[in-house]
Design a protein around this ligand. Structure first.
Ligand code: G6P
Length: 609
């Protein structure tokens, strides 16, 4: 989702700006643009729709020269994907601005600005921001003061960066919501939406807080808070590698990340187990104190992370820990009846999802006893804002559709269930048993990956389909939900997931030979129930595509295609059964020829509401 990069350099800025945009590409976007203040003190702008590669080609044809500049990848919210809607937006040929976020009161501001004689060249909410800053400059305010005054008039959640043609060597940025990171070297300053874009120039960075406005010059930067007071923000050092993530021999990052899962899970477990026990320090320094006080768990997340939470609910309740799971966008706007001793657990690959962050804030406001995040990005907002953090240690995930971070988040959640099981008096032998199973996870994931050729062949049946149904029971219902989400996301086939027992309450009416029905069938306590549900589908002419344990007793026939998953203990089965569904959606997407790593309309990191 929208990304911001900016720089005050003592050499040409456009190379850094372009590389920064490339490093923010993974967030998802549909157009890109850059502005520099040229050596004659004028703004030069280039914008393109499509990939950063298009912008790069445009800049090769007509390079922009200037040492101060801002750049942006746009994920359309207000106004279609067009060049005039792409950022930076310019007012009066002198002021240029990029914004990440949403301005809720843009309509009322636009009316006032029109009345002041300003005209608009885009349909975006951002253009009112650059106009508003311009109006404050006209009143005689300094650039940083004009930005602060504007921010106080805006409703919504946003991060912005502004340059003025008359002030080369100066860049003003402000945050009220989505993150903005500042980086410095001895004689240059930089800003970016996340650390990836800063790494080519520096590992040291500061994170602006909400309400902060930073005034960047080549010699340093001055940060003022929302009351106008000069403040210092802590200096962090990133441990992330500055190297761009390589695709290697894989065709897509999603394929690579699916195949990295055995290693990703091994890394997630590394240092977290001792003998047959889970080390609770893995969750942070205050883990003991917070876990001792935990009476129940409230999980909050979005998308794939939400599905990991739904699986964890089964594990937590199994060991006696009451657990609720909710999507963040709903949680944040709901009143909650207080429950004593609630540990709020957010799950987020990026650690920057706007709704999850807002839900965490709301949970704290409503009196959560403690907070914890399961996350893949150590330098992210959710990690900073939570009492405890369990890092998945998967390495960067580039494909928009999450895969390796899903299995690693589930692994972390299973460890959490084990640690909490001790406090709820659950049989200690269970921890021993599950830890032993966890040690087999990387190998079991390898076996699941070995199904790829057979799955690629099965995928042929899906290429011409418009709809699909996914079924599962118990902890495998969320796995079916995740399978349906993956198929939707990357192959654009409409897919719905149902708990298999719920079929006859509606979805059975849809079943005919044109809708493939996919089911996950581990050999667990619910297998006989599931088999009855699958017979209901067959009896209505449905075609079944099953991922099943060899001992499940399911039999292949003309209308039932079965791929066997190597036998796996039920404690870790949901983690394993997610893999064939990932591979199925990947191979269907290949057949359909979609943009697997950057599916249309979607973003990796959803930093707006
Ligand atoms: C987007 C991504 C999904 C991801 C979701 C939540 O929708 O496309 O893959 O599951 O955001 O993201 P998070 O970073 O919070 O896990």
């Amino acid at each position: 989702m929208c990304g911001i990069v900016g720089a005050v350099r003592n050499s040409e800025a456009s190379g850094f700006l372009l590389e920064g945009l490339r490093r923010l590409e993974y967030r998802g976007y549909d157009s890109a643009g850059v502005v520099v203040i040229n050596h004659a003190g004028a703004l030069e702008r280039t914008r393109t729709i499509g990939k950063v590669g298009e912008l790069e080609q445009a800049l090769q044809r007509s390079p922009l020269t200037g040492m101060t500049g801002i750049a942006h990848t746009r994920w359309a919210t207000h106004g279609g994907v067009t060049e005039p809607n792409a950022h930076p937006h310019i007012c009066n040929d002198t002021l240029a601005l990029v914004c990440n976020g949403i301005i809720e009161n843009h309509e009322s501001l636009r009316e006032v600005q029109r009345a002041s004689g300003l005209t608009f060249t885009s349909e975006t909410d951002t253009e009112v921001v650059v106009h508003q800053v311009y109006l404050h400059l006209q009143e005689g305010l300094d650039l940083a003061d004009a930005v602060r005054a504007t921010m106080k008039e805006l409703q919504g959640s946003f991060a912005l960066a502004v340059v003025h043609a008359g002030e080369p060597g100066r860049l003003v940025v402000g945050r009220q919501g989505p993150p903005l990171l500042l980086g410095r070297t001895d004689d240059e300053t930089f800003v970016a939406s996340d650390i990836n874009a800063l790494l080519p120039v520096t590992r040291s960075y500061q994170v602006l807080e909400n309400g902060d406005v930073a005034d960047l010059h080549d010699t340093g930067c001055l940060i003022r808070n929302d009351r106008g007071e000069i403040v210092e923000r802590p200096l962090h050092t990133s441990a992330q590698s500055g190297d761009a993530v390589e695709l290697g021999d894989y065709r897509h990052f999603m394929q690579k990340e699916i195949h990295e899962q055995p290693r990703a899970v091994a890394d997630t477990l590394e240092g977290r187990l001792l003998g047959d026990r889970v080390l609770e320090d893995s969750f942070g320094a205050k883990a003991k104190e917070i876990f001792d006080a935990t009476r129940q768990v409230q999980i909050i997340a979005c998308g794939t992370s939400y599905h990991a939470g739904l699986v964890a609910q089964h594990w937590l309740e199994y060991v006696g820990v009451p657990c609720e799971v909710e999507v963040a966008s709903e949680y944040r706007y709901r009143r909650h009846a207080p429950r004593e001793g609630t540990l709020v657990v957010t799950i987020s690959q990026s650690g920057e999802t706007a709704d999850t962050l807002a839900a965490l804030e709301e949970a704290v406001r409503q009196g959560a006893m403690g907070t914890m995040v399961i996350c893949n990005v150590p330098e992210s907002s959710l990690v900073r804002e939570s009492d405890l953090a369990f890092m998945t240690h998967c390495g960067p995930e580039v494909g928009v559709a999450s895969t390796k971070t899903f299995v690693s988040a589930m692994t972390g959640l299973l460890l959490l269930a084990l640690v909490l099981s001790r406090r709820h008096g659950f049989d200690a032998g269970f921890e021993t048993h599950v830890v032993r199973q966890l040690r087999t996870l990387p190998g079991a994931l390898e076996s699941a990956l070995a199904m790829e050729d057979a799955i690629a062949e099965m995928a042929q049946a899906f290429g011409d389909k418009a709809h699909a149904l996914f079924l599962g029971r118990g902890a495998h219902f969320p796995i079916a939900m995740e399978g349906a989400l993956k198929l939707k996301e990357i192959s654009y086939i409409h897919a719905e997931a149902y708990p298999a027992g719920e079929l006859k309450h509606g979805p059975l009416a849809l079943v005919d030979e044109k809708i493939p029905v996919v089911a996950v069938a581990p050999n667990d306590l619910l297998i006989e129930k599931l088999k009855s549900n699958l017979e209901e589908v067959r009896a209505r002419g449905g075609r079944l595509y099953l991922f099943a344990d060899p001992a499940s007793g399911l039999v292949e026939s003309e209308d039932v295609r079965i791929l066997h998953v190597a036998p796996v203990d039920s404690a870790i089965a949901p983690i394993i059964y997610s893999v064939p569904l990932q591979l199925l959606s990947y191979h269907v997407a290949l057949i359909k020829g979609t943009d697997v790593d950057k599916p249309r309309n979607l973003a990796k990191s959803v930093t707006v509401e």
